[in-house]
Design a protein around this ligand. Sequence first.
Ligand code: C5P
Length: 229
Amino acid sequence: PYTFNIIVAAGSGLRFGADLPKQFCMLDGRPVLFHTIEAFRKALPDGEILLVLSESHVDMWRDLCYRFDFVSPDIVCGGSSRWESVRNAVMTLHVENPESVITVHDGARPLVSSSVIHDAVMAACMPGVDGAVPAIAITDSVRMLDDDGSSMPLARQRLRAVQTPQAFPAGLLKEAYGLPFSPDFTDDASVMAAYGHENIILTEGSAENIKITHRGDLALAEFILDGRR
Ligand code: C5P
């Protein structure tokens, strides 16, 4: 299928605790985002890529591209939430082929493999499916909090941690992003669910497809890359 691939990287990276948001930090000598973009170029050579950046980072990004002789994808300016950043990109897409797929991927997941990308894209194109998201089993036990501060255990074997790229039939995702914002929208499949598009297939994610969130994650990413060499 023809794919539009939205890479969201407009976050401020507050949890990361560095001056520079994580997506611009160096990983194996190059900015994290270069790895992310290259993973998509390798997996889907004919796909289109849209990069979502905060307006305040665009000059720095252009500078990095110049310094490293890297060709930037088209850029869209992000918003104050991940949802708003994705919506800005989705709204610029003109989808002519009804069989096109839109994928949305966190710029902060530079180690995504071609097989994780392909599995999600292919599953999203099956008839009657509303989308596909990579998922992995979780290793911690988990509890659900109630408003009064009490909590109860959940059955870990029935839970999955959800990653990106998340892939959707293009027309359906555009519709779902017409809804108003809700704080429950932590990913794109949750936006689809709010619209009633709930037939989301879980595909094989990967423990290596980490989202660089805290500072130690960058060291872990270096270690994973070392293991691939
Ligand atoms: O904050 P979180 O780790 O969930 O962000 C996931 C991805 O969404 C990151 O790649 C981040 O840059 C992006 N994001 C964005 N616009 C925002 C907030 C987050 O593009 N306002």
